[in-house]
Ligand binder design. Structure first.
Ligand SMILES: Nc1ncnc2c1ncn2[C@@H]1O[C@H](COP(=O)(O)OP(=O)(O)OP(=O)(O)O)[C@@H](O)[C@H]1O
Ligand SMILES: [Mg+2]
Length: 351
């Protein structure tokens, strides 16, 4: 078992938000709610969840860009909150970020050479006489030519810009890269190129990745393990293959009569071996319909969503939307159950 490079221990994050522009007073948003998770050395941990569930918040906390409201984050075994200036600088070198929008993440006023030599300068990684050689090597790593050194970000395609973003992240020879939706701003064919490049770089440099996306097929393709986040709570953590396999766990008896209807519906085969929210996510993946060519069908499971105060209930965040839910689910937060090797589900009724 590999050691964790980045570990979240009971991490919560609250934001205070004003009621409205004109009214005074504020309310709190729980962006993360007691998250326990680790990214292991050399692994790609995929993090999925719908918009607003807290993925980017976790990314920012992993990189020390925002402090958690409670809980701790460890990097290579050390609490990042305890880092002094030197250790913090070292941490910033070893943990890098790749952003969703490759254009706004690159300074439009700087040439590629300037963008890529900046981290070398900030972290004093080599003498300035060697900048050109290092930058050229970085460009080669991401499949770009040294001819582009004097060009500006606006002169590139989205895919090329994302390659430059990756080269910048690699400049400091990091141990971990947090990639927050690195391909969602790109078209499908370029997405595939960037994903293959990421996998290639990960293999070559034995990098650890926290790979964030709401695109399940992409997550399934790149990740070694997948974590599913819903409204700040982790619902499920599984090895990549668990998306397709059928572990031998059972549905515990619940007084809720909707259970058979939900679980026996036309959700893909794997769904009843997942948290109900993961099942819902999986069922929303477009299914190619051979009769209709590339036409896709999305299944509707008739789940209703009651948004009212659901962020502040004590129990499972998914309870207001879940057809398995009982009063227990709203009152009591479920613990992780290991339903198969390295496959954890937080649900009272999936055991
Ligand atoms: N600085 C902030 N101030 C107040 N609320 C915030 C702040 N940052 C995030 N939030 C809130 O925290 C919640 C989680 O936001 P986050 O950006 O982590 O979601 P996400 O999962 O990355 O969504 P997306 O897939 O759309 O990028 C959201 O409700 C968001 O409005
Ligand atoms: Mg985000």
């Amino acid at each position: 078992m590999k050691d964790p490079i980045c570990e979240f221990k009971a991490v919560s994050k609250d934001y205070s938000v004003r009621h409205s522009f004109f009214a005074s007073g504020s309310y709190r948003i729980k962006a993360l709610d007691v998250v326990n998770l680790s990214v292991k050395e050399g692994e790609i941990l995929g993090l999925v969840g719908e918009s607003g569930c807290g993925k980017s918040t976790l990314a920012k906390i992993a990189l020390g860009l925002e402090p958690p409201t409670s809980g701790q984050v460890f990097f290579s075994g050390y609490d990042i909150a305890d880092f002094d200036k030197t250790r913090l600088q070292n941490f910033r070198r070893q943990a890098q970020m790749v952003f969703q929008d490759p254009f706004s993440s690159l300074n439009p006023k700087k040439t590629v050479f300037k963008i890529l030599s900046e981290p070398l300068k900030i972290h004093r990684l080599c003498h300035k006489n060697h900048y050109k050689e290092r930058v050229t090597r970085l460009l080669k790593e991401v499949g770009l030519d040294e001819q582009i050194l004097s060009r500006y970000p606006h002169e590139f395609s989205g895919g090329q810009r994302q390659r430059i973003g990756l080269a910048r992240a690699l400049a400091t020879t990091p141990k971990m890269i947090v990639a927050d939706e690195p391909t969602s701003a790109l078209d499908v064919s370029i997405q595939a190129q960037i994903i293959n490049l990421l996998l290639d770089l990960q293999e070559r440099h034995k990098l650890s990745f926290l790979f964030i996306s709401h695109d399940l097929p992409v997550i399934q393709f790149v990740s070694h393990r997948v974590a599913v986040l819903y409204k700040g709570q982790l619902m499920e953590l599984m090895p990549k293959n668990a998306f397709l396999q059928s572990p031998n766990h059972q549905i515990a008896k619940s007084p809720n009569s909707l259970i058979p209807q939900f679980l026996n519906s036309s959700i893909p085969q794997s769904s009843n071996h997942h948290h109900p929210y993961t099942s819902l996510l999986l069922s929303a993946v477009p299914v190619p319909d051979p009769k209709m060519g590339v036409e896709v069908k999305k299944k509707d499971h008739g789940l209703t969503y009651n948004y009212k105060n659901d962020r502040y209930q004590k129990g499972c965040a998914f309870a207001p939307r879940c057809s398995l839910a009982t009063d227990r689910c709203s009152a009591e937060r479920p613990f992780w159950t290991e339903v198969a090797k390295d496959h954890f589900i937080a649900c009272h009724y999936i055991t």
